[in-house]
Structure formats: structure tokens, C-alpha cells
Design a protein around this ligand. Structure first.
Ligand SMILES: [Zn+2]
Length: 203
């Protein structure tokens, strides 16, 4: 697909999809190109995500680029000043003001590239993602490979001891014993309590 970026001013790109769909890898690929072109590039990520090295955005495929962990949207905006390309990884974990902050940066002339999960483990829209998608000039929804059937996966399955995690669980768990798999719509299993809670995403 050929894209013509705006000739003046900044814009917003969103890279979304389930876990294991290559979102971080794609963001690193785009920002690396900008860096090669001599643009001033920075990546931020929420301080919550310390899966790997605290200073790197690390994709599951092993590509890495330095990232600045920030504790708040205000800190992100303050530290983004003077950069031409601003990456925001794991954007779903930021508070809702990340939407207005992204627009403010784009309107100030920056190319903003936000990457994150579009759905939580229940298949519900995740945090600020819906609004970011509606404001973005460019959106890419990546697919993973379904862990069960090998088809295109668009959802993230949370498992506890190999079983679907309860629907009523916390949306964000850090350092917990949960495991995740990418699944297609058909193979995604709601938690056993989903029907009792009237969940519409129940399969
Ligand atoms: Zn499947």
C-alpha cells in the first residue's frame, strides 16, 4: 500500500492488533527508517511494562530500540519536545489524556506512531485505543497466528493454568502467573463467568 504522508505538519499512525502480531517490531521498523533519514526519533513506553530491559522496546522477534519509560502522559509530552518522530509503545496502558497529548504533538508538527493492543483479553476495546483509531491518519491492524487452529488471530487469550482466565479479572496484570496466546475469533474462549456477567463477546 502506497501512503502519501501530509506535506506539512504532523500526523498520527496507529499500529494495533493482538499479542504476538508484531506491533513493536513494526514500530521499530518504521522508526529505524526515520532515524536513518536523520530525523530526531524517540520512543516512550509506560513504566508499567518491565517485561524485558527497562530501557528497550523489545519485540518478541528480538528487534530492539531504546525507549524512555515514563510515569505519566504529562512526562511523555514534556520529554517529546524537539523530536520529529515520537513512538508510543504499549499505548493501551496510558491514561486517557494520551489521546489529546498525541493530537497536540501531531498538531505541533510531530509524526506520532502509537502501537498497542486494540482489545483486552475479553475482546473489549482497550483503554484509549478507540479514540486514537478514530483520530489517526493511518491505521494498521496486524494479525497473529491462532495458537489453536493456525488461522489469522485477532484476539488475545488469557490463560491461568491452561484454562481461560475469569472474565471478571483485572484488565492489566503485571508480573502475574497468567499466560497469553493469540487466537482467532472462533477459538477465543471467554472466561467461565462471562455468561453470568452478560458478556456480549461470549462465543
Ligand atoms: Zn483459531
Amino acid at each position: 500500500m502506497i501512503r502519501i504522508p501530509p506535506q506539512r505538519g504532523g500526523w498520527l499512525e496507529v499500529i494495533c492488533g493482538p499479542m504476538f502480531s508484531g506491533k513493536s517490531e513494526e514500530m521499530i521498523r518504521r522508526l529505524r527508517r526515520a532515524e536513518i533519514a536523520g530525523q530526531r526519533v524517540v520512543i516512550f513506553k509506560p513504566r508499567i511494562d518491565d517485561r524485558f530491559d527497562a530501557a528497550d522496546v523489545v519485540s518478541h522477534a528480538g528487534a530492539r530500540m531504546r525507549a524512555v519509560p515514563v510515569s505519566s502522559v504529562a512526562e511523555l509530552v514534556a520529554r517529546a519536545q524537539g523530536f520529529e518522530v515520537v513512538g508510543i509503545d504499549e499505548v493501551q496502558f496510558f491514561e486517557h489524556p494520551v489521546v489529546s497529548a498525541s493530537l497536540e504533538l501531531a498538531e505541533g508538527g510531530a509524526r506520532v506512531v502509537a502501537a498497542g493492543l486494540d482489545q483486552d483479553f475479553r475482546r473489549l476495546p482497550f483503554g484509549p485505543i478507540p479514540e486514537l483509531l478514530s483520530h489517526a491518519e493511518f491505521v494498521d491492524k496486524l494479525q497473529a497466528v491462532c495458537h489453536r487452529c493456525g488461522g489469522p488471530a485477532t484476539t488475545t487469550q488469557r490463560l491461568v493454568a491452561g484454562k481461560p482466565a475469569p472474565y471478571s479479572g483485572e484488565t492489566v496484570l503485571v508480573g502475574a502467573a497468567e499466560q497469553y496466546e493469540a487466537r482467532c475469533r472462533d477459538c477465543h474462549e471467554p472466561g467461565t463467568d462471562a455468561a453470568a456477567l452478560g458478556a456480549s463477546a461470549a462465543a
